[in-house]
Design a binder for this molecule. Structure first.
Ligand code: FES
Ligand SMILES: [Fe+2]
Length: 406
């Protein structure tokens, strides 16, 4: 290691060690490309990231592309019917091979010099190459793909954490909503001109919700403090059984502490009275999911690793995926899932289905960018968390611990 590299590594280590507990992070965590590089290595590329639902790639040749920081993955259903992942990097001179975000192909053709790859990643054709050129050793490089009850995840690591615990422990809770057989009714990307952590931190706390999200605040009781919320929560618990919603709870903090496993969590919380689901008037926006028999007036938070978060109402699921673009920009991808047999126009209307989280995310975009602008100021100083920002505090502590992991 060069002297310069060594000094930089030490100074980041010192910076991490000097973070004040219970406070937001130092400015450099949001502005410094070197810290971003470390995060990519230690957190982003090491973990699993939600890339869609199996129903989006039913046939061999159906594919989706997931872009995360400097990496790009093609997820494609192969000839044998399995989902495979490949680095979207041509084995000739490195161009991106696939420029579409999703679709169906017989072959992937690199837009630069036309090398062609089959849907199993093998190099199929390369023009005018020498006689001794070995096509077999120039297939697309593999990227890890995992499926958790219908949800497709990608990892840019050969030693990604195990998904077994999540698959096992979430089998019954996710079966309530029949995750395996849902379909994507709508999908939207939100570009956020801020470091990825500011985007995730905003999602982790609801201290801002009462103030910044009037639509959300009318229906979600997470805006209340714990004492007030426990009364509404017990009302929902009484309704759950009659609606076919079994009561499960998995603490993300416990699972994330298990070495070598993806962290995952599951927690159902009550909506305010009169709200059956997350909709403008509180009424249903799609048919009940799975075998649910009624609306208990609850919504379940499910989380997978550090970037993928889901909210399961009784009639639809909203999936949030936060990914870095670079150290100054991030993306928020939202998927709205409904029953696989629900028909658009008859059983659901996309505008009504997406209304709440679209408007809330548009507001969050503005909040997060304002946050980022202030954090870049020379007057910015890490400030203290409120009691309603516990999850954000825990998240930040987890990030600092991961950055120090060998
Ligand atoms: S870089 Fe892909 S064919 Fe040349
Ligand atoms: Fe928000």
């Amino acid at each position: 290691m060069s002297a310069v590299m060594k000094r930089d590594v030490q100074s980041i280590a010192e910076l991490i060690a000097s973070q004040k507990p219970g406070h937001s992070l130092d400015q450099r965590f949001y502005t410094d490309p070197e810290i971003y590089d470390l995060e990519v290595e230690k957190i982003i590329n090491r973990n699993w990231i939600l890339a869609g639902h199996v129903s989006q790639m039913p046939e061999p040749g159906d594919f989706r592309v997931l872009n995360v920081g400097r990496e790009s993955a093609i997820i494609v259903r192969g000839k044998d019917g399995n989902l495979n992942g490949f680095a979207n990097v041509c084995r000739h001179r490195g161009s991106l091979v696939c420029l579409e975000s999703q679709g169906h192909v017989d072959k992937f053709t690199c837009p630069y010099h036309g090398w062609m790859y089959d849907i199993d990643g093998n190099l199929h054709a390369a023009r005018n190459m020498p006689d001794d050129f070995d096509k077999r050793s120039h297939g697309l490089k593999p990227v890890s793909v995992g499926v958790i009850h219908g949800l497709v995840f990608v990892s840019f690591s050969d030693s990604s954490p195990s998904l077994e615990g999540a698959i096992h422990d979430l089998e019954a809770p996710m079966a309530l909503f029949d995750f395996e057989n849902l379909k994507v009714a709508a999908e939207k990307s939100y570009h956020i001109a801020a470091n990825w952590k500011l985007s995730v931190e905003n999602y982790q706390e609801c201290y801002h919700c009462a103030h910044a999200h009037p639509e959300y605040a009318r229906m979600h009781t997470l805006i209340l403090d714990d004492d007030k919320r426990s009364r509404v929560q017990s009302g929902m618990k009484k309704r759950m059984e009659a609606c076919g919603v079994k009561d499960y709870s998995i603490d993300f903090v416990d699972t994330a502490a298990r070495p070598g496993e993806i962290g995952y969590g599951y927690y159902r919380s009550a909506l305010f009275k009169k709200f059956k689901t997350g909709s403008k008037d509180g009424g249903p926006v799609a048919p009940l999911l799975g075998n649910l028999t009624g609306y208990d007036g609850g919504a379940t938070d499910i989380s997978f690793g550090p970037l993928s978060f889901l909210l399961a109402y009784s009639d639809h699921v909203v999936c949030y995926v936060f990914t870095p673009i670079d150290h100054k920009n991030s993306n928020c991808q939202i998927y709205w899932l409904v029953r696989g047999d629900a028909e658009e126009g008859k059983d659901y209307d996309v505008d009504a289905l997406t209304w709440l989280w679209d408007i809330t995310t548009e507001h969050d975009k503005v909040i997060i960018v304002n946050n980022s602008r202030g954090v870049h100021s020379k007057y910015y100083e890490p400030g203290p968390f409120s009691g309603m920002e516990d999850l954000e505090r825990i998240y930040i502590e987890w990030i600092l611990a991961e950055l120090q992991r060998p």
